[in-house]
Design a protein around this ligand. Structure first.
Ligand SMILES: Cc1ncc(C[n+]2csc(CCOP(=O)(O)OP(=O)(O)O)c2C)c(N)n1
Ligand SMILES: [Mg+2]
Length: 369
């Protein structure tokens, strides 16, 4: 895991003239000094625990035949909880758009999503709200919260995200309220051309986009260590050549990653310009179920270390922490009990929500089924 360093900046041109003008939609209230607020810190810990327990339940589902494949975000809870809490949640240009990665479950959990939909997608039942029982686990999509469908092809989201950011910029220039676009992806994916396309589209002089690019750097692309792939010390440094403001932060520490994310989002909101935040984090159960999904004992566990810090400063007792885990386990177990009664999608719906139309037996012209 690379060592974080402090922020630097290299802003270039001026804001669009109407950028700071806002209308109706307000951000949710947040404490001025979040980690001096006991209730905030305890609530943050609770969301991290719920996410971890959810992920461990999803892994168990694969092992016990209730699912086929797991991929997810254990080790990213400190970061994902921060993003879920800071996002301007809603539908349409006035709210933030989220173009996420397959390790993003904790972001939706912190936004207020119950655990049951994640379990539905893992079980591939028809009621799965993200893909109707058709996609891998952790491939989320939620129109009401501007969560754009997650793709299995890595980095695709970085090519798509400038589209929503551009629409938001145009809304602002028309004098309407607009949120920002947030795009999240892994470190290895930044080798794809989509990442470079995003840097270019985000920073065109005089056409800068309100986009926060986040790289979650866990040090690996499946089994390949990042140290064997990149000559630069920090991925974030690549953005400097484009005049994009950057920062690198330790994503295992809520007290560091939350304020770093808050100021990055604030920068994009107030200037309409892009920002690249590199978040170093752990990958606690390996890449996916394909690599065994066993616990990595040599990496920092942010849930464990944050819980211990809260106990040490007398903001939480061992018993309270145990109770938070028990409640999360009960919620996840109840979700699975409910979903086990549900059915898979009908074969006849396989082409719903695709571009194919009509009777496609034998294939469509130009489409090879
Ligand atoms: C376009 C594309 N190329 C290759 C793959 C195979 N693949 C799946 S995950 C992965 C590694 C991604 O690593 P990183 O971007 O660091 O994200 P992480 O899984 O570590 O969060 C690769 C190469 C893919 N899904 N899509
Ligand atoms: Mg990685």
């Amino acid at each position: 895991m690379p060592t974080p360093r402090t922020a630097h900046s290299c802003p270039r041109s001026t804001c669009p003239p109407n950028w700071l003008k806002t209308t109706g939609v307000k951000l949710p209230p947040r404490p001025a000094q979040p980690f001096k607020d006991r209730n905030f810190a305890r609530g943050y810990y609770r969301e991290m625990v719920r996410t971890r327990v959810l992920e461990e339940r999803l892994i168990k589902m694969v092992r016990t035949g209730d699912g086929f494949f797991w991929i997810g975000g254990p080790g990213e809870e400190a970061f994902s909880t921060a993003l879920g809490k800071l996002v301007k949640k809603g539908q349409g240009l006035a709210y933030d758009y989220l173009h996420l990665h397959y390790r993003s479950n904790g972001i939706l959990v912190a936004m207020g999503e119950p655990l049951v939909p994640f379990v539905r997608q893992m079980k591939n039942v028809a009621s799965d709200p993200y893909s109707g029982g058709r996609n891998f686990s952790s491939h989320l999509a939620k129109k009401e919260w501007n969560v754009v469908p997650i793709t299995s092809t890595i980095e695709t989201q970085f090519a798509v995200a400038p589209g929503t950011a551009r629409a938001q910029r145009r809304a602002k220039l028309r004098g309407q309220d607009a949120g920002i676009t947030v795009v999240v992806g892994g470190d290895a994916g930044t080798a794809e051309g989509d990442f470079a396309s995003c840097l270019i589209w985000a920073s065109r002089p005089g056409e800068e986009l309100p986009i926060l690019m986040i790289v979650t750097n866990n040090g690996y692309g499946i089994s390949t260590p990042g140290t064997t792939q990149h000559g630069e010390r920090f991925i974030a440094d690549r953005a400097k050549a484009f005049g994009i403001e950057t920062n690198v932060v330790d994503g295992n520490v809520p007290e560091k990653v939350y304020p770093a994310l808050e100021s990055a989002m604030e920068f994009v909101r107030s200037t309409g310009k892009p920002y690249l935040l590199e978040v170093t984090c752990s990958r606690l159960y390996g890449h996916s179920s394909s690599s065994g999904a066993n616990f990595a004992t040599d990496e920092v566990c942010c849930v464990d270390t944050f819980g211990k810090r809260l106990i040490k400063q007398n903001w939480l007792t061992e018993e309270e922490s145990k109770k938070i885990f028990e409640e999360a386990h009960a919620e996840a177990a109840a979700a699975l009990d409910a979903v086990r009664q549900e059915t898979w999608p009908e074969a006849s719906t396989v082409l719903d929500h695709t571009f194919a139309a009509g009777d496609v037996r034998g294939g469509l012209p130009g489409r090879d089924f």
